[in-house]
Design a protein around this ligand. Structure first.
Ligand code: ADP
Ligand code: MG
Length: 228
């Protein structure tokens, strides 16, 4: 696949963290290419570098060597305002912990990423539509403390979608959920991925969840290999 047709591409990406007596090499020459609207799941044991990899894809951190290309452009070459736009508009993040604002309702939380745009046109309608789509139409005015774990994660998922990202990065999104809620969230992610034609990279150590996303890659000793 040429860099131009890929949505995001990792080219020989390595990452090490400073440590004594020698640096900790977490990623070694990782390559990955994801088309627009495609899905991939990354599995591997705790500490193998999954979050590190996702953070590089979302420009939350930078590689020690190698390149991360988004629509063919090296993220390392973006100016600060372009990086801010990339993080706010092109990418949506979901984490294991929902990070919802406790003082805001579900609907208000979902609208937070639109505030930079002065509450973009139609944002409220889109937020309500998406909350309805994930089965939360009756919970829009509830604060996070009143929501179940699954409801909080679905709210965080909708918040990640509100600005129509081309790429959703999900770091153990079902990690704090029971089996039923985890399966429900994964199914909603896949349905919405199709409806919204966005790409998803999901990190999980639950194989049953990973397999729902079709393409499963394993991070092993710093390298990304297809899982057979
Ligand atoms: P995973 O998400 O697969 O559990 P991480 O990407 O969080 O793994 O971490 C990979 C390795 O890098 C771990 O050994 C972790 O302790 C280390 N690590 C992660 N972030 C940092 C950091 N900012 N500084 C130093 N070491 C880190
Ligand atoms: Mg992690």
């Amino acid at each position: 696949m040429t860099p131009e047709s890929a949505l995001i591409e990792l080219c020989s990406v390595s990452k090490e963290y400073p440590a004594a007596p020698e640096p900790l090499q977490v990623l070694r020459n990782v390559g990955l290419s994801l088309s627009p609207g495609a899905c991939a799941a990354i599995v591997g044991p705790s500490g193998c570098g999954k979050s590190t990899l996702l953070n590089l894809m979302g420009a939350l951190d930078t590689p020690t060597s190698g390149h991360v290309l988004f629509r063919g452009n090296d993220l390392a070459g973006l100016k600060p305002h372009e990086l801010a736009r990339f993080r706010n508009r092109e990418v949506g993040f979901v984490f294991q912990s929902h990070h919802l604002l406790p003082q805001c309702t579900a609907l208000e939380n979902v609208l937070v990423p639109t505030l930079l745009d002065n509450g973009a046109n139609g944002a409220r309608e889109r937020a309500m539509g998406l909350l309805d789509r994930v089965g939360l139409s009756h919970r829009m005015d509830a604060r996070p403390e009143a929501l179940s774990g699954g409801e909080r994660q679905r709210t965080a998922f909708v918040r990640a979608l509100i600005n129509r990202p081309a790429l959703l990065l999900a770091d153990e999104p079902t990690g704090s959920l029971n089996e039923e809620a985890a399966r429900q969230l994964a199914d909603l992610m896949i349905e919405l991925q199709r409806e919204e034609s966005m790409a998803i990279v999901v990190v999980t150590h639950a194989m049953a969840i990973a397999e729902r996303f079709g393409r499963v890659l394993e991070l092993r000793e710093g390298r990304l290999v297809p899982r057979d």
